[in-house]
Write a protein that binds this ligand. Structure first.
Ligand code: XUL
Ligand code: CO
Length: 444
């Protein structure tokens, strides 16, 4: 991928980031991410399918609930279309310098919302043209886009689950336009993150009706997308709470049950985010495993939370052990297919330099690259898989197998218990397995 410079160069002091290996001290180099390196017969680039997130990298101003923005970004100008074009240039220069093959965006990240549905539609159409030109110039592709149905005050009671039909309709207009933009850009997935789809109190909420509306809304979006030629995967991104007290898309299990109940599981998969998993009191790997077991792990929002803070801190992934556990799931299911690893991660508000954006992504990319190498080695060694297989061996033949095949009754199980008496105990060897994985994370 050659370096793309648009009308303006925004990261002029920063060269193309290259692989220099683990001995390099250069913060602007990859220590582990070597795109062409083969792991399990596939290049790292094809395994990891990294993506830039427009909202954090090109829209965030560093503000938080207690303070104003701290970032001064050269692409931020007043005129909305000029700003949109600047951001498109910044995104494609950034991604090409970092070797990120994909990008992701919400409709209003790409261009500010207009003052009417029609104006928003025409702005998004115009910016879609700008993005398409830059995709063609660079080869960088759209991993997914989505509609922001949570920032505008109209969505204060929800979007697809708002008690007000005019709000549901407005949300639909945004999804329709975002789907059209996706098809024009050849997007590989389309995401729904229901930031306001939930409640802040049960006292004013008809949860049954809202969930029915939610399913209807997703069904209409699915049908429209398929009609206009979207052949990619629809993704729902679970998160348990924040900004609402309770999100309907609480976690992977909840979303899988919902999609299956409403017959949407043929078109929809899950976009699992690490920090959303921990907010739901699950590990990142747990959410990936549950989605993967259901055949519904579609894509990943790569980040990490802070172990002490209770909210979504969206930090860049750096904890090798956790990311290795995650990559074990991804590799075991044969990869993410049309999904990828999107850095839904942001700089701390005091990291104000443009260089910080590069350094943060480099750290996340290196962490996933090393986790990929480590997970591949663990899988090849087979210690974990043979341990697990052995742990369940009582179901491999005899009555255990007949139980699995549905051939035994409850009375049969009781008779087996009578005959065999108190079961023998055996160790789960958890510490041994944890030590093994920890050792693989340090051994080179
Ligand atoms: C919010 C979040 C979103 C989604 C896209 O917590 O993760 O940025 O990824 O709407
Ligand atoms: Co996310």
């Amino acid at each position: 991928m050659s370096t793309f410079i648009g009308r303006r160069e925004f990261f002029s002091g920063i060269p193309k980031i290259t692989y220099e290996g683990p001995e390099s001290d250069n913060p602007l180099s990859f220590k582990w991410y070597d795109p062409a390196r083969l792991v399990a017969g596939k290049s790292m680039e094809d395994h990891l399918r990294f993506s830039a997130a427009y909202w954090h990298s090109f829209c965030d101003d560093g503000s938080d609930p207690f303070g104003n923005g701290t970032f001064i970004r050269p692409w931020n100008v007043t005129d909305p279309m000029a700003k949109a074009e600047n951001k498109a240039d910044a995104c494609f220069e950034f991604a090409s310098k970092l070797n990120l093959p994909f990008y992701c965006f919400h409709d209003i990240d790409a261009v500010d919302e207009g003052s009417s549905v029609r104006e928003s539609e025409s702005r998004l159409r115009a910016v879609t043209g700008m993005l398409k030109e830059r995709q063609e110039a660079t080869g960088i592709r759209l991993l997914w886009n989505t509609a922001n149905l949570f920032s505008h005050p109209r969505y204060m009671h929800g979007a697809a689950t708002s008690p007000d039909f005019s709000v549901v309709s407005y949300a639909a207009s945004q999804v329709k336009a975002a789907l059209e933009s996706n098809v024009e850009l050849g997007g590989e997935n389309f995401v729904f993150w229901g930031g306001r789809e939930g409640y802040t109190t049960l006292l004013n909420t008809d949860t049954k009706r809202e969930l029915e509306h939610f399913a209807r809304f997703l069904t209409l979006a699915r049908d429209y997308g398929r009609n206009i030629g979207f052949t990619g995967t629809f993704l729902v991104e679970p998160k348990p709470m924040e900004p609402t007290k309770h999100h309907y898309d609480f976690d992977a299990s909840t979303v899988i049950g919902f999609l299956r109940h409403w017959g949407l599981d043929g078109d929809f998969k899950l976009n699992i985010e690490a920090n959303h998993a921990t907010l739901a009191s699950h590990s990142f790997a747990h959410e990936l495993r549950i989605a993967s077991d259901a055949g519904m792990l579609g894509s990943i929002d790569a980040n990490r939370g802070d172990p002490q803070n209770g909210w979504d801190t969206d930090q860049f992934p750096l904890v090798l052990y956790d990311v290795t556990e995650a990559m074990l799931v991804v590799l075991s299911q044969g990869g993410l297919g049309s999904g990828g690893l999107n850095f839904d991660a942001k700089l701390r508000r005091s990291s104000i330099d443009l260089e910080d954006l590069f350094i943060a992504h480099i750290g996340g990319m290196d962490c996933f690259a090393l986790a990929l190498i480590t997970a591949d080695r663990i899988i090849r060694e087979g210690v974990l898989s043979s341990f697990v297989k052995k742990r369940y061996r009582s179901f491999d033949d005899g009555p255990g197998r007949r139980f699995e095949e549905g051939e035994l009754t409850l009375e049969d199980l009781r008779d087996y218990a009578v005959e065999n008496g108190e079961p023998a105990r055996f160790s789960g060897r958890q510490e041994m397995l944890e030590n093994y994985v920890a050792h693989r994370c340090t051994a080179r």
